[in-house]
Design a protein around this ligand. Structure first.
Ligand SMILES: Cc1ncc(COP(=O)(O)O)c(C=O)c1O
Length: 443
């Protein structure tokens, strides 16, 4: 047993991990990365099929990003953003605003997806307070939403498995269903979306004058199990938010930075949110960095003399993270990352659909290079496997033996590779999945 494993077992507590199982297990120790591969202590290579938790964009040890971080290290690793500024933070803000949907004008930095969303929540609430609409303190969320693990974002979340235990600590929110078509009784995905939107309208009407904003993961509710929204859903939600004069808050933490085939998911629907939350891919997957982008309208009352938004973090706008973020955006241009995506997405989608030929794959869904495959005990009845069997986890473990590192969400296998994945690597990824399915769930 390596020293890292010994020390880990003795001293470390891992996120989202049943520790009794963990300490009895045999963990993989990641020693290095190279391009789209992770390399363990024994030198085994694994394709990074979930981009190191959905954040790596251009591969590991990308020369441009490595050089930018080294260059910034040669200047300064960190100085505070409270009362001071620095070039990487200011320049990245300019670039983000240039790329973001029209109307977003200001960047408030933080350091994780949860903080980006927590900040959006506080800004939206404060916006209405400053506008004199002090009764607007409620937020609408969707069933199975996930916006992070702080108490505020858990309040805005809707995944019972993660969130129910904390109910006594949480603020109240309004909820609408999510357009989870695979398990809906409605005939089409569009009808499923319509039903949810009708519910949103009802809830907003019943709470007129009390709602500050709607939190949405645009196009895909990731942690919910890759639950997709039908085309037009987000656009209609924007119209409904406008009709009820409620802010629309787009959590692009997971779907931002090219994952769905466009720089931001909102672009597919021509939607400009009032606030937009970014993290994960913002630094190319290199360093903890996040940003909450705010429209001119929302920022306006905060410009008044004497107004302060009382929120900040020690590592807000860490210069190394900002330098990595700027370099990542340069890579998008130099490597024509977005232009190269359609061919990759075509192969990825074809191979994803191919999984449906396995009798225990009930559904596949996603956008761009962001997808999931739902495993079921019975394809015809959609009966799930018993939760305790942890079938998804078993398939992912088997995939590891075939050189692919993926993590499930329950019994949904998740595929979110770096944007730099090649078509050959896409084939290798789905070959590994097919082999793993064959071993764990022989047809
Ligand atoms: C949509 C969404 N929002 C927020 C978060 C939280 O991000 P972080 O883990 O960086 O706090 C996640 C993480 O998976 C996410 O998928």
């Amino acid at each position: 047993m390596s020293r890292a494993v010994q020390l880990d077992r003795r001293f470390v507590w891992h996120p989202f991990t049943p520790m009794a199982d963990w300490v009895a297990g045999d963990p993989v120790v990641i020693a290095a990365g190279e391009g789209n591969y992770l390399i363990d202590e024994q030198g085994r290579r694994y394709l990074d099929g979930v981009s190191s938790l959905w954040c790596n964009l251009h591969g590991h040890r990308h020369p441009t990003i490595d050089a930018a971080v080294r260059d910034q290290l040669g200047r300064i690793a960190h100085s505070t953003f409270l009362g001071l500024t620095h070039a990487p933070g200011a320049e990245l803000a300019e670039r983000l605003i240039a790329l973001a949907p029209p109307g977003l004008e200001r960047v408030f930095y933080s350091d994780s997806g949860a903080t980006a969303c927590e900040i959006a929540c506080k800004i939206a609430f404060t916006y209405w307070q400053l506008r004199g609409q002090t009764g607007r303190a409620k937020f609408l969320k969707f069933v199975n939403a996930y916006h992070g693990d702080t108490v505020g974002t858990v309040s805005l979340g809707g995944i019972d498995l993660f969130h129910a235990a904390y109910r006594p600590l949480l603020f109240e929110t309004l909820a609408a269903d999510s357009p989870y078509f695979y398990r809906s009784e409605l005939a089409t995905h569009a009808a499923c979306g319509d039903a949810v939107l009708a519910q949103v309208e009802r809830v907003l009407a019943q709470n007129a004058g009390q709602v500050a904003g709607i939190f949405i993961e645009p196009l895909i509710q990731g942690a919910a199990g890759i639950v997709t929204q039908p085309a037009g859903f987000l656009r209609r939600l924007r119209e409904i938010a406008d009709a009820h004069d409620v802010l629309l808050i787009a959590d692009e933490v997971a779907v931002g930075f090219g994952r769905t085939g466009r720089m931001f998911a909102c672009e597919h629907e021509g939607v400009s949110p009032d606030l937009m939350c970014l993290a994960k891919g913002i630094s190319g997957g290199y360093l903890p960095l996040a940003a909450t982008l705010v429209s001119g309208r929302v920022f306006e009352p905060f410009q008044a003399k004497g107004v302060t938004f009382y929120h900040g973090h020690t590592y807000t706008a860490n210069p190394l993270g900002c330098a990595a973020g700027l370099a990542s955006l340069r890579v998008f241009e130099e490597e024509r990352t977005l232009e190269n995506l359609p061919a990759k997405i075509e192969r990825f989608t074809a191979r994803l659909r191919g999984l449906l030929s396995h009798p225990h794959v009930g559904d596949v869904r996603g956008w761009g290079l962001f997808a999931g495959a739902e495993l079921v005990a019975d394809q015809a009845t959609k009966e799930p496997f018993p939760y305790a069997k942890r079938t998804g986890a078993a398939v992912c473990l088997a995939a590891r033996r075939h050189g692919l590192m993926i993590r499930p969400l329950g019994d949904v296998l998740v595929f979110i590779p770096p944007l730099s994945i090649t078509t050959d690597q896409i084939d290798a990824m789905f070959d590994a999945v097919a082999a793993a399915l064959g071993e764990v769930l022989p047809a």
